[in-house]
Design a protein around this ligand. Structure first.
Ligand SMILES: C[S@@+](CC[C@H](N)C(=O)[O-])C[C@H]1O[C@@H](n2cnc3c(N)ncnc32)[C@H](O)[C@@H]1O
Length: 237
């Protein structure tokens, strides 16, 4: 491991796969997914070089954060064969479920990453990414838990640095208090808000929306979906 990566990994606040005392079945499957799933240090060592893992490195590079069981990830990879797509997930079961969907048809433009998204700066270099999707991030509703939230100013500042100018971030959440909190944080960041709705399914953008696995559950419960889309402006804007 290079010194740079070692230094980075010493800052990492997540348990490492190789230290898990009793690996579950999904952790045991990881060797089968070599070249499809990048774990912990292996992922950090790709920082700045992610495009090179794809068969066509010249395509735009998008990222889904917290891809869950991968319904959107799979849909997006198939809908946009001319864009490469990475998915970050912390938990092994949904990560394997996600990547299994694209591996079964050997899609060349989609790969998974096991990593802590709050430390995204350890994973990507400046301007490395194009568009980013964050769908139903864990809300951490209790006051004591809120330090665990992903959508905070420092995270948006990190994300801004690693995206190319002209790129988009699309966010959906069922949790209105978390959404209001996130929008206030976004307003302090350099992002420009392009779209904002507290009821996506009744908004002008309803038709273009893909319903994710969690979204389906919330719709059944009659919960409104909050939606915001951000732009990292070109420097002249
Ligand atoms: C509520 S689920 C939503 C899954 C999917 N996006 C959907 O809409 O169906 C949130 C997912 O994000 C993952 N996750 C939560 N915090 C994360 C973090 N800090 N880094 C990476 N993944 C995270 C969880 O493991 C979980 O699979």
């Amino acid at each position: 491991m290079g010194n740079d990566i070692q230094r980075h990994m010493s800052q990492l606040k997540m348990s490492l796969t190789r230290n898990i005392p009793f690996p579950n079945i999904y952790v045991q499957m990881l060797p089968e997914y070599k070249g499809w799933i990048f774990v912990d240090e292996e992922a950090a060592s790709q920082r700045g070089e992610w495009r090179q893992i794809f068969s066509n490195p010249s395509l735009p590079l998008d990222l889904e954060i917290g891809c869950g069981n991968g319904t959107f990830f799979d849909y997006q990879a198939r809908k946009e064969p001319n864009r490469n797509l990475l998915g970050i997930e912390l938990k092994y079961k949904p990560l394997v479920q996600t990547v299994r969907r694209v591996r079964k048809d050997l899609l060349p433009n989609a790969k998974g990453i096991r990593f802590q998204a709050r430390q995204i700066e350890l994973l990507f270099g400046e301007n490395e990414l194009d568009n980013v999707f964050i769908f139903f991030p864990d809300p951490w509703p209790r006051k004591k838990q809120q330090k665990n939230r992903l959508m905070k100013l420092d995270f948006f500042e990190k994300l801004y640095r690693i995206q190319k100018p002209g790129s988009i971030v699309t966010i959906k959440t069922d949790d209105l208090p978390y959404f209001e909190f996130a929008v206030e944080e976004i307003k302090k960041s350099p992002y420009k808000i392009l779209r904002e709705s507290r009821d996506l399914h009744q908004s002008p953008w309803a038709d273009e929306n893909f319903v994710t696995a969690f979204e389906r559950i919330f719709i059944k419960q009659g919960v409104r979906i909050n939606y915001v889309q951000l732009l990292k402006p070109q420097s002249h804007q």
